[in-house]
Design a protein. Structure first.
Ligand SMILES: Cc1cc2nc3c(=O)[nH]c(=O)nc-3n(C[C@H](O)[C@H](O)[C@H](O)COP(=O)(O)O)c2cc1C
Length: 451
């Protein structure tokens, strides 16, 4: 089933949506509840938002693979294959006249945190931060469309700080600024999972248009409409659009902000002057609490599966790839079938060349369950010798929000070859299949669910 928008998706979640009717404040309280949600837990809909009568806030939206699979109308088992097959094609967006996101329009002097229930997440955060804003704009030099999630600090009337640490938006802003011009942007909030995932895909400068990718992921074109005050096309069925301009030559303190790394990160960042806010009459605001399984799950597909697809174009035998939860995509584990030592070394260099975020990579054989930390530790403990099997690359580009880079822009990378040797001493011990099946069946009869 193709969902027309976020609310269409939520309406189909049944018990996989937890409705919270107790009053919850956007400042700290909502994030506190979202932090309590277990991995794979339901999406959360706050229907009684303190200080914002009539508004609703959804969080934990993509935290489970089950829900992401549902959003993409596929199964968990088929999720990676579906993602790779669809995003290699693309479905172009279409312009439309019907724009629910414009039911209510605000211009002039705007108090963003008064209009919208923007969350303040962590104790040391410098203010409310928008964390699911899909920022849309086009390159003033080429006209090429770009989009990405960029954190935005709500600072006061009509003003937000924006972290532009990544292309393509950082490059578009630099191009506008080189001519002393502002960069028109629009921020879509309350979008369906397919659009959210497409926004953070590591497509690269030559990659496909991410709006085409979003269309392909959802199985139907994204409906677009021209924004009110800026030259940007926006998703007509989003819940909220914030329009504005990134000012040329302006930088201000932005942060602290509890990041996806689990640490606070402050920056001197560009500033957005907001020109309009439009929304549905009964809008749903999208929350994403940093350093939670919501972020892990988003990265797993948009960064992990994407990287897997790109690696497979360069090398045969790559069985699977997982970005370790809680590591902000800095740590990856890759399973290789029939690995030769030279393949492993080549793979490690390919990963570091393709993804500037990945800092640690462990390569194992495909008899290791890469989503089970016990098995990865076992492979490292028994198939890996540090002096023989480690690749270290120094003087590489560091990722800006990684505190261990020390703010100097440099970092190093490490690859670990935890693949087996060729002898039988590396054969994994196993229980005979018939005995394993009997044990599982009896335990199930006794009401015990094996971990
Ligand atoms: C949860 C999340 C938050 C992000 N926040 C920011 C941010 O604040 N600033 C930024 O520059 N990039 C941020 N990114 C990364 C951008 O969205 C990134 O630019 C996007 O993936 C573009 O990739 P591309 O250059 O391959 O097109 C975030 C990614 C995720 C998954």
């Amino acid at each position: 089933m193709t969902y027309p928008d976020l609310r269409g998706f939520l309406a189909d979640l049944g018990n996989d949506l937890l409705k919270v009717s107790q009053p919850f404040a956007p400042k700290h309280e909502m994030a506190a509840l979202l932090r309590e949600m277990p991995a794979n837990g339901p999406a959360v809909l706050f229907v009684n938002v303190a200080g914002h009568p009539g508004a609703r806030v959804v969080g934990n939206l993509v935290a489970s693979r089950r829900r992401v699979a549902k959003a993409l109308d596929t199964t968990e088992a088929e999720l990676n294959a579906t993602y790779l097959q669809r995003t290699r094609q693309g479905i172009a967006p279409r312009q439309c006249d019907d724009a629910p996101v414009k039911e209510v329009r605000h211009t002039g002097s705007l108090d963003i945190a008064g209009l919208l229930p923007v969350l303040t997440h962590y104790a040391g955060d410098g203010g409310p931060f928008i964390t699911t804003g899909v920022v849309l704009c086009s390159d003033p030099a080429t006209g090429r469309r770009g989009m990405g999630i960029h954190r935005m600090m709500v600072k006061g009337d009509n003003r937000m700080g924006i972290l532009l640490a990544n292309p393509p938006l950082s490059a578009f802003h630099a191009n506008a600024e080189a001519n002393g011009k502002p960069l028109d942007i629009a921020v879509a909030l309350g979008v369906e999972p397919a659009l959210l995932i497409a926004a953070v895909v590591k497509a690269g400068p030559q990659g496909p248009d991410k709006m085409d990718m979003a269309g392909a992921l959802r199985g139907a074109p994204v409906d677009l409409v021209r924004a009110e005050t800026v030259a940007v096309d926006v998703p007509a069925r989003a819940e909220i659009i914030i329009e504005g301009r990134v000012l040329p030559g302006v930088r201000e303190a932005e942060g602290p902000f509890g990041e996806n790394t689990g640490y606070y990160f402050s920056n001197i960042s560009p500033v957005v002057e907001v020109t309009a806010v439009t929304h549905r009459r009964d809008f749903i605001y999208g929350a994403l609490c940093p350093w939670t399984s919501d972020v892990d799950s988003l990265l797993s597909l948009a960064a992990g599966t994407e990287l897997l697809g790109q690696l497979r174009t360069q090398m045969a035998g790559i069985a699977d790839l997982d970005l370790t939860t809680g590591t902000c995509g800095f740590t990856a584990v890759i399973a290789l079938s029939k690995a030769k030592p030279t393949d492993v070394r080549r793979l490690i260099h390919l990963v570091f060349g393709m993804d500037k975020r990945v800092k640690l990579v462990t390569v194992v054989d495909d008899d290791v369950d890469i989503r089970n930390p016990r098995e990865i530790s076992w492979a490292l403990a028994t198939r890996f010798q540090p002096d023989r099997d480690t690749v270290i690359l120094c003087g590489m580009e560091g990722y800006v929000i990684d505190p261990s880079c020390g703010g100097g822009g440099f970092g190093s990378r490490m690859g670990m070859d935890a693949t087996r040797g060729s002898g039988p001493e590396f054969d994994k011990i196993t229980i005979p299949a018939a005995a394993a099946a009997k044990a599982k069946a009896v335990l199930a009869e006794l009401g015990f669910v094996a971990g």
